[in-house]
Design a binder for this molecule. Structure first.
Ligand code: PMP
Length: 322
């Protein structure tokens, strides 16, 4: 992902972006070096997946409205004034996905940001805001189907340092320090503890464990982002597998002793963790609950489970010549 210059799809067609209120070629969507968000991380964003269903020739955008509701909550906290409702943001997104003519899995990245071109001003109330949106082809984010994780030496920020219930750009410095440390040490992902030593989350994923026959995940008070994938998996586990789901604080050593562990997130989907700090989790293979939930989840996100079609927005791309 990191080095890709994602401005074209299918080789010959230019990708477009929604920028300053209009759909424009992505390479024309440029901001000034004086843009406030570039200097201070004053932005909130979302990561939304469009999952391509090859048999049906359709894109299924997963829980788009919930993502935009979280974006709007972030705008409220950071005093980002954008002139769109969640509904309008959904419409803009569908229009852009159609316009870009994708026929593979995509990542949809809306960004509400302080667009003011001003160098030294820390008063959010004085800074103009704008909204932009891009859609790019996107495959397996973690680059692996099973994860070997380490506990990070970095701690998750607390909600009274930077709000943890929203996806503000600046807070991702914390995530990146943890992810970089983990991957430089040869692990796939970091498990980040909070200041009090309880498990909070991964660098871009929520954490689950199966223990005592229950599915357990940290509470939002443990400063984990209230993930939309997390919430979907909690519903699927209870409704489809009849498993009791518990939100509570989790100690580090509980993860070592768990029967199963997995991470969830828009980019990460549901990915089993088979090792933590060089200790196998359970048998050291993906467990039965993780495997069953993963199968359910993958059917749901590509529109194959009629019971959960209301979670998906169906889009039929129509490639428009550039
Ligand atoms: N935690 C963090 C820090 C994240 O960036 C993400 C990805 N948005 C998640 C958890 C998972 O959230 P979601 O399932 O809504 O993508």
């Amino acid at each position: 992902m990191g080095t890709n210059k994602a401005t074209s799809v299918n080789g010959n067609q230019k990708l477009h972006a929604f920028f300053q209120g209009a759909v424009v070629p992505m390479d024309e969507a440029k901001v000034s070096v004086t843009t406030h968000a570039l200097h201070y991380g004053t932005a909130v964003f979302e990561g939304i997946r469009g999952n391509w269903n090859e048999e049906q020739g359709k894109m299924f955008i997963f829980r788009m409205r919930e993502h935009y509701e979280r974006l709007i909550r972030g705008c409220k906290i950071l005093l980002l004034d954008i002139p769109y409702t969640a509904e309008q943001l959904c419409d803009i997104t569908v229009e852009l996905v159609v316009r870009n003519g994708h026929n593979s899995d995509i990542y949809i990245r809306p960004l509400a940001y302080k667009s003011a071109e001003v160098v030294a001003n820390l008063k959010l109330q004085e800074l103009a805001s704008d909204f932009t949106l891009i859609t790019v082809p996107f495959g397996n984010y973690l680059g692996t189907d099973i994860l070997k994780c380490c506990t990070s030496s970095w701690r998750r920020v607390d909600d009274n340092m930077i709000p943890t219930q929203i996806k503000s750009a600046g807070i991702y410095v914390n995530s990146m320090l943890a992810k970089t440390e983990a991957t430089l040490a040869g692990f796939d992902e970091a498990i980040i503890l909070g200041q009090d030593g309880h498990v909070s989350e991964g660098s871009g994923e929520n954490v689950f464990m199966v223990a005592g026959g229950k599915l357990v995940t940290p509470r939002s008070e443990d400063n984990a982002l209230p993930g939309i994938t997390r919430e979907s998996i909690m519903q699927l586990a209870a409704a489809e597998l009849g498993i009791e789901v518990v939100e509570r604080s989790i100690d580090r050593s509980e993860l070592y002793l768990a029967d199963e562990m997995f991470l969830s997130g828009t980019a990460a989907h549901l990915t089993p963790v088979v090792e933590l700090d060089r200790r196998p989790i359970g048998t050291g293979e993906p467990g039965p609950v993780s495997t069953a939930l993963q199968k359910l989840y993958f059917d749901v996100v590509v529109g194959r489970n009629p019971k959960y079609l209301h979670w998906c927005t169906t889009v039929v791309p129509q490639a428009v010549p550039a």
